[in-house]
Design a protein around this ligand. Structure first.
Ligand code: SF4
Length: 215
């Protein structure tokens, strides 16, 4: 349950973006708790709309997790950013779970007031008019896909019901294919590379942070 005026956050940490266009950049990651495509409980995974998730977004028990009032969430985000050095602008990635279940205008405004460049990573089921600086949409083949424009389209591959030729007509600046991290991961890596070789502008996105053993 989301307590009124509180953001339910699984974890907040500073790390390096390991996938997609902003790979290699330092960022504060705010992982919001909860998703509308799976409840995060393993025994319900097979019946979930999205069943290849590799992220723990359940509860508020991660690093710096908790139920935050707006001001406290901003304060914590700034504090975590200031723990490290960086040569580029302040960067925050709003992720999940599904962040658009919770992110609102007040949060965006306050982050902007603190001069953050704001990226969101969403499954695309929820339309938004919020003014993000960077929108990453990662659609799931069995879910309703409603947010069909943004900066980066990241398709976890393979998902046979997503037509990779047709989606190139959508308004995105970059098109990334990311191998599905399931029991066939190595095979999926090869398939991803092979597809991208012969289908521009698709470009492979690997979860480099995982290879480096960082969050
Ligand atoms: S939509 Fe994203 S966060 Fe939700 S279950 Fe699927 S992969 Fe996990």
């Amino acid at each position: 349950m989301i307590i009124k005026n509180m953001y339910k956050v699984k974890e907040i940490f500073r790390s390096i973006q390991g996938e997609g266009f902003h790979s290699g950049k330092n960022a504060v990651f705010i992982r919001f708790s909860g998703c509308n495509l799976w409840n995060g409980i393993k025994k319900f995974r097979k019946k979930a709309i999205c069943n290849f998730c590799d992220t723990d977004f359940v509860g508020i028990n991660g690093e710096n997790g908790g139920e935050y009032k707006l001001d406290d969430l901003i304060k914590k985000t700034v504090e975590i950013w200031e723990r490290g050095k960086s040569h580029h602008e302040k960067f925050v990635v709003l992720t999940g779970g599904e962040p658009l279940l919770q992110v609102d205008e007040k949060l965006i405004k306050q982050l902007k007031n603190k001069n953050f460049y704001i990226a969101v990573e969403t499954n695309g089921t929820i339309k938004t008019k919020l003014k993000f600086d960077w929108i990453v949409v990662s659609p799931k083949e069995n879910a309703n896909w409603n947010l069909k424009n943004g900066d980066e389209l990241k398709v976890v591959y393979p998902q046979n019901k997503i037509n990779l030729k047709k989606v190139l007509d959508l308004k995105f600046k970059y098109f990334f294919l990311q191998p599905m991290a399931n029991e066939f991961k190595q095979l999926n890596v090869m398939k991803t590379i092979n597809y991208c070789k012969s289908h521009k502008p698709w470009f492979p996105s690997f979860q480099i942070h995982k290879s480096l053993g960082i969050s």
